[in-house]
Design a protein around this ligand. Structure first.
Ligand code: FDP
Length: 407
């Protein structure tokens, strides 16, 4: 008899026991998080059972949302809820309020329900840092302020993947016990994977770096084998596979959807949080995904997430547009236009650093009016038109602007 294996099998680490253990490391904690989580778990068990019964999509969407909202409100531990299903945020009545805010998609990937493909619930949790009346600002916060995030996947088994900021842990629902049991402790994503996951049907509308990246997945230049394409079209399933096997999942910007498709608060942030906790990365095409500051609760963002090295590659391609100019000369421009009189690029963290590099490399950076580095931004996310690159090339555009001014 294998006593060691038996000892493991009989020492059932339920999700509640796991969170209580974590909580005991913080003497000041009063069990609020455990209570909140047990209500999220209840919602997941309900959805799992409804999915298994084969409820139709429309009914399931509404049912799942109702169950989660009611469970979260009745936990007495929440103040603001944001659900994919509800246009407005829910502000919990004062007698039932608690210190947490939960953002969630009760049934993500729901267009897959009627054909039995895996779908899931995604959630992220913030804490309120004040005891005043809750406002929408309590959830319009960057993902790096989340205290926990996770998803539950309803597939061949029902699995809940959770991070409270100390690694990523997977719990599988044992239907006979009705409990989520720890089956995948401390999940780490491989540093590099051999799978890419994207809706290639949108390829004709992608930008240059995204096209180039996917091309490289198929025709690697370094002699490595081509990556396999896997795309379920259900975020939880695609991200779960990426987390376990490595590789990259992307839903990039395209000409038709400049912000991509996926929602910042309850899709991008929770998955980015889990990826980072598992040793991977999540990038928007411009910056670390968790550093986004959403302005609206249903805001979208492009996303590239997965294995550290794979995401590093797309990051390099995204900055390569400017890098190429630096190495080979020529000019890079993102000018003003009638629709965007200030162009698109942000002064503080796009224009200034690149202008600094150009000047240090002997080139120039010009806004159409003045030396870019002489701008004095009035707002942190201010934009400016920019022309940067080889000294003489920028000189030419400066002359054209000067001539126009003199006319
Ligand atoms: P769905 O439309 O089925 O709800 O954001 C929702 C989502 O699914 C994600 O789960 C999934 O990754 C993505 O949309 C799929 O989008 P495409 O159909 O455009 O590929």
């Amino acid at each position: 008899m294998d006593h060691e294996a038996d000892a493991y099998r009989t020492d059932l680490m339920t999700i509640t026991r796991f969170v209580l253990n974590e909580q005991s490391k913080y003497p000041e904690s009063r069990g609020d998080f455990t209570i909140l989580l047990s209500n999220i778990v209840l919602g997941c068990k309900f959805v799992c059972s409804a999915v298994n019964k084969g409820e139709e999509q429309k009914k399931l969407d509404v049912l799942s949302n109702d169950v989660f909202v009611k469970a979260l409100v009745s936990s007495g531990r929440t103040s603001v809820l944001v659900s994919e299903e509800d246009e407005e945020a829910t502000f919990v009545e004062s007698s039932k309020r608690g210190k947490y805010c939960v953002v969630f998609d009760p049934l993500d990937g729901s267009s897959n329900i009627d054909c039995g493909v895996s779908i899931g619930t995604i959630f992220g949790i913030y804490t309120m840092e004040h005891s005043d009346e809750p406002t929408i600002e309590d959830v319009l916060k960057p993902g790096n302020e989340m205290v926990a995030a996770g998803y539950c996947m309803y597939g061949s088994s029902c699995m809940l993947v959770l991070s409270t900021g100390t690694g990523v842990h997977g719990f599988t629902l044992d239907p006979s016990l009705g409990e989520f049991i720890l089956t995948h402790p401390d999940i780490k994503i491989p540093n590099k994977g051999n799978i890419y996951s994207v809706n290639e049907g949108n390829a004709q509308n992608w930008d240059g770096p995204t096209t180039k990246y996917v091309e490289r997945c198929k025709y690697p230049k370094d002699g490595s084998p081509a990556k396999s394409l896997r795309y379920v079209g259900s975020m939880v399933a695609d991200v779960h596979r990426t987390l376990l096997y490595g590789g990259i999942f992307l839903y990039p910007a395209d000409k038709k959807s400049p912000n991509g498709k996926l929602r910042v608060l309850y899709e991008v942030f929770p998955m980015a949080f889990l990826m980072e906790q598992a040793g991977g990365q999540a990038f928007t095409g411009k910056k670390r995904a968790l550093d986004l500051v959403p302005k609206k609760i249903h805001e979208r963002s492009p996303i590239f997430l997965g294995s550290y090295d794979d995401v590093e590659e797309i990051k390099a391609l995204m900055v390569a547009d400017v890098h190429r100019t630096l190495l080979y000369g020529g000019i890079f421009l993102y000018p003003a236009d009638k629709k965007s009189p200030n162009g698109k690029l942000r002064v503080l963290y796009e224009v200034f650093p690149m202008a600094f590099l150009m000047e240090q490399a002997g080139g120039q950076a010009f806004t159409g009016k003045k030396r870019a580095l002489d701008l004095v931004p009035k707002k942190i996310h201010e934009r400016s038109p920019i022309f940067l690159g080889s000294y003489d090339d920028v000189e030419e555009i400066k002359a054209l602007y000067a001539a126009e001014e003199n006319n």
